[in-house]
Design a protein around this ligand. Structure first.
Ligand code: AQP
Length: 330
């Protein structure tokens, strides 16, 4: 695959728990590939994580867990700017300004808001409703060209594009119009217990593979993954549950689809599951070793995040200044 170069890249993940295979294959894997020939900003979006009920004692731990996962997966702080969203105040300030250009009707249509609001009912709040505007600010502050994300985020990127175009039309050319950058084949990894729902860290433990899961847990979770009753193993003819397992296998193997089908077609679901567990364990092992090492040195992690915040603040405050000037606030 031809990777883009010379672009500005921004993406982030919420520190709302352990990261899973969906986060890795949908987002982080692309981030690592894109850091070499582009200007990349990767943040830990803690201000997004507080829009749903959360544990304030655990949040600082989750932030460091996420930072250690980014680095263990291959983000290199000498190539990428890695930082925490709340360390760069321009994010929330720009979100307020962009909020004045965002019609309520557009926010009410956001699928993620509707799903999370349904789950939370009484605890639903303005922050959750305004989440996509803060995400637009995250992206536009760095004049990002590309936003590597999973498919669930494309609606938010469309909204970001609309907000940026509206701002440019009203106040003059100020923002780059960003595009979503989706991975081939892994933009939507599905839950292991329900192939109609995406793999999600706020779901049941057995429905996702955490990047820090021990080999035994990985084997157990894959073994109990839902499959269709027909034993057919095919990227096109199997049902969605088996296709999901095959797509995860494909992402970790160097083989073509026909070669994978040939390798796994005899042996039914049991062989598919055993082979899948093996390949996941093999690929996560180096990441897990690096993670343990990095996570044990909080001082070093905090140093990386402080350096990242300093760089991010420099870029973000320039954009914010420009925006305020254009809006008559400077
Ligand atoms: N199942 C998935 N398949 C492909 N990509 C995925 N992403 C998340 N789940 C999948 C991508 O990971 C990035 C960060 O997501 P996030 O944690 O900030 O928010 P999320 O999409 O809400 O992820 P979760 O796991 O579902 O978190 P909770 O349960 O806390 O809401 C994004 O690029 C996303 O597309």
């Amino acid at each position: 695959m031809n990777l883009p170069s010379g672009q500005t890249i921004l993406s982030g993940i919420q520190p709302s728990g352990v990261l899973h295979l969906g986060n890795y294959l949908g987002a982080i894997k692309q981030w690592v590939a894109l850091q070499d020939n582009n200007t990349a900003y990767y943040c830990i979006v803690d201000e997004h994580a507080i829009t749903v009920p959360y544990d304030k004692e655990k949040l600082p731990e989750y932030i460091l867990d996420t930072a250690a996962t980014y680095l263990a997966a291959g983000l290199d702080p000498t190539k990428s700017t890695v930082f925490v969203q709340s360390h760069v105040p321009a994010h929330t300030e720009l979100a307020w300004l962009l909020g004045t250009l965002t019609p309520l009707g557009e926010l009410k249509r956001m699928t993620q808001f509707k799903e999370k609001e349904n789950k939370q009912q009484a605890e639903s709040n303005l922050g959750l409703f305004a989440y996509p505007v803060l995400q637009a600010a995250d992206i536009l502050l760095y004049q990002a060209d590309l936003v590597p994300v999973g498919e669930d985020q494309t609606q938010h990127i469309e909204l970001t594009r609309d907000i940026a175009k509206r701002f440019n039309n009203k106040f003059g050319e100020s923002f780059t119009i960003p595009k979503a950058y989706l991975p081939e084949g892994t933009s939507r990894i599905m839950s292991l217990s329900d192939p109609t729902a995406k793999m999600s860290k706020s779901d049941l433990d057995k429905s996702y593979i955490a990047l820090t899961d021990e080999p035994d847990a990985i084997r157990q979770k894959i073994k109990s993954a839902v499959t269709e009753t027909e034993p057919v193993i095919s990227f096109t003819k199997s049902g969605p549950a088996v296709q999901n397992l095959l797509q995860i296998y494909e992402a970790f193997s160097q083989l073509s689809r026909p070669a994978i089908e040939e390798k796994l077609s005899t042996g039914g679901h049991q062989k598919l599951k055993e082979s899948l567990a093996d390949i996941i364990i093999e690929h996560l092992q180096p990441l897990q070793e690096k993670y343990a090492d990095l996570r044990s040195d909080e001082t070093a992690l905090k140093k990386v995040l402080a350096a990242g915040a300093a760089k991010a603040n420099e870029v973000a405050s320039k954009t914010l200044h420009l925006v305020k000037e254009k809006m008559g606030l400077a």
